[in-house]
Design a protein around this ligand. Structure first.
Ligand SMILES: Nc1ncnc2c1ncn2[C@@H]1O[C@H](COP(=O)(O)OP(=O)(O)OP(=O)(O)O)[C@@H](O)[C@H]1O
Length: 457
């Protein structure tokens, strides 16, 4: 697609992206000296009256609501070839979808985003509008002098509450839309948006899309330590029966806000040394004082409230979430075992209760070792099956993010359980090798740790 020079008085800078119906460009308003985003309806849709009507309706709703929590529309016009366009606030920090892909969000940050998204949807509900397509990629982020602002966007499927109670065509995005939205002719109300808010909440907290209906796994099972009230709220929002959901976005948002205001409900996710990790990173190993601190926490092994701490490699290429109780020592360049090193494993990141004894399976040490290897490596080339005096149980990893294999020794020479895994992102010729040593055999925890691994380019 060639880049136009300008739309009216707005000088085009670059393309921001395209959706099903439109392309969005970054442009500059030279008169007011301000960047704007311009959404132009695609040529193939521009002459369909119903699509054109929907496009202008989106612009009208955004103009009329004029809210801090919604993308603002400053102007609409039509190009000489008949394509309508709208001039919007430019969200310079991408979308919540980018953010979730990039980072494991601290709980308070996830709840802040959720509250602000909920406020945007509340504005729409008060205006008499159902959004019908709430998802992380439709929530944009903008820098502001007082911090980051959330802007709910893309009202392409929005519908007036009055019209939605009659016949409504199926519309929305699978994975985020309520069960009733997928039934053509189903009548809708604001509780469809509450379902989508529940799905967004699930993803913000776990980094994973909410499961398909019926949803049986509460987010707290994937991210241990969430306040039970939050688990309950999200599971109720994701109910197939809309009578069981909070009755509108305001009710949902008020409950999120109340949970966020109860400090005792929030586990401390970030130990103090992690907040100063730049200074600590200079040290290869944390000292004995920290080891003492963590020894006092060992009674919490396996407790349902166990929290995870994100750990980054020195180059920030790798991130892994490790049970906080295991992080008494942090080694940024721990050598891999000889077999793994021969297969190309670099020295890696180790968070553990005892780094000296990490490779000795006849000694007690719990934690997570992770490193990167070039290419797609089979586990059998990276580690040996006879490490714990018994053959491992083998299973496959097959999640939307990771493919690979895990070997698990439920009792490794009487010193707890050991898991070794090689995983790669589909189509990515780069393997993450992990070793997880834990006091007892919990494959769910192994899966949570693997699922939380992130590799940055
Ligand atoms: N106001 C804006 N500021 C910055 N980027 C924007 C803005 N509006 C949209 N974008 C970006 O432009 C791209 C296209 O957006 P658009 O809303 O047309 O489609 P989409 O949401 O990606 O897909 P679909 O509408 O098919 O679900 C997206 O990457 C979106 O993040």
């Amino acid at each position: 697609m060639s880049q136009p020079e300008a739309f009216g008085r707005y000088r085009v800078i670059r393309r921001l992206g395209s959706g099903s119906f439109a392309t969005v460009w970054l442009a500059h308003d030279d008169l007011l000296n301000y960047p704007v985003a311009i959404k132009v309806l695609a040529e193939n849709w521009a002459h369909q009256m119903d699509i054109q009507h929907r496009f202008l309706e989106e612009a009208r709703i955004l103009r009329q609501t004029d809210s801090t929590w919604l993308v603002a529309v400053h102007d609409v016009d039509v190009l000489p070839d008949g394509r309508p366009y709208m001039v919007m606030t430019y969200a310079d920090q991408g979308s919540v979808a980018d953010m979730v892909k990039r980072d494991h969000l601290p709980l308070d940050e996830a709840l802040r985003l959720l509250t602000e998204i909920g406020q945007g949807i509340t504005v729409l509900h008060n205006h008499g509008t159902i959004h019908r397509d709430i998802k992380p990629s439709n929530v944009l982020l903008q820098s502001s002098p007082v911090g980051q602002r959330v802007l709910v966007a893309d009202l392409g499927f929005a519908k007036s509450i009055d019209e939605a109670s009659g016949f409504t065509a199926a519309a929305g995005t699978p994975g985020y839309m309520s069960p009733e939205q997928s039934i053509p002719g189903g009548d809708l109300d604001v509780r469809s948006d509450v379902y989508s808010l529940g799905a967004v909440a699930y993803e913000l907290l776990t980094g994973r899309q909410a499961p398909r209906q019926p949803v049986r796994t509460p987010p707290g099972r994937i991210r241990p330590g969430l306040p039970p009230a939050l688990d309950e709220l999200i599971m109720s929002a994701l109910s197939a029966d809309r009578e069981s959901r909070p009755c509108d976005a305001k009710t949902f948002t008020d409950r999120v806000r109340a949970i966020r205001m109860e400090p005792e409900l929030l586990p401390r996710e970030e130990p103090w040394w992690q907040r100063h990790r730049k200074q600590w990173r200079r040290l290869a190993t944390l000292g004995a004082a920290l080891a003492m601190m963590v020894l006092t926490a060992t009674s919490a092994y396996g407790a349902p409230s166990m929290s995870l701490t994100p750990i980054h490699s020195a180059t920030h290429e790798l991130r892994v979430d490790v049970p906080t109780e295991w992080v008494s020592e942090l080694h940024l360049d721990m050598a891999a075992r000889p077999t793994a090193a021969e297969a190309g494993a670099e020295p890696g990141l180790l968070a553990t209760t005892d780094g000296d004894d990490w490779h000795a399976t006849d000694k007690t040490s719990y934690g997570v070792f992770t490193t990167l290897m070039p290419g797609v490596r089979d586990l059998g080339r990276v580690t040996e099956p006879d490490r714990c005096g018994q053959p491992p149980a083998e299973r496959r990893v097959d999640t939307p993010r990771w493919e690979g294999k895990v070997w698990e020794w439920s009792d490794c020479s009487g010193n707890g359980a050991l898991a070794a895994a090689t995983v790669h992102e589909p189509g990515e010729p780069r393997t993450v090798y992990l070793e997880i040593r834990q006091p007892d055999y919990r494959p769910g925890l192994t899966d949570t740790i693997i699922d939380g691994v992130r590799v940055y380019a």
